[in-house]
Design a binder for this molecule. Sequence first.
Ligand SMILES: [Mg+2]
Length: 179
Amino acid sequence: MKDLLSPTYLFKSILDIEYKKINKKILFFDLDNTVIDYNTVFPTDDYIKLFENLYNEGYLIYLLSNNHLKRFNEVKNRLKYIKFIYHSFKPFKFKIESLIKKDNLNKNEIVFIGDQIITDIVCANKIGITSILVSPINKSSERIHTLFNRLLESILLNVIKKNDIDKYNKIEKIIRKDY
Ligand SMILES: [Mg+2]
């Protein structure tokens, strides 16, 4: 269980990730609270700039969200070179596994980046790819289903707490933005 819940890396935000060091050319990003908060459909300029830079450096970029297509539209217009997958059904892996197969992606080249353990990190670990947990952009924008996920997340994290208190504290810091 603890292996399913553990992110490979922790960073404060997608702006802080050391992409060169991570050395994966295919980037899977979660959308909500990883790229934009729940109150908006507009990515901020620094996030748009980051995606432009990554694209120009040759990264293959995907946005994978459990949310619906409508919520994607504005982001899609701003970031035309990104591939979008909506209704991704994380933490279930079937949709993302089929994407990996369809686009002929090498799992060793992928890193999955998101703000929730029980959707993003569990999904990445089920598929067997590297993962990065980032802090949610705006915790107060989270709605009922995410709050439920957070509750479940805090219960499940006790498994890590029992096994590795240092790791647990580091993960908690990222989730709570306590730094
Ligand atoms: Mg999210």
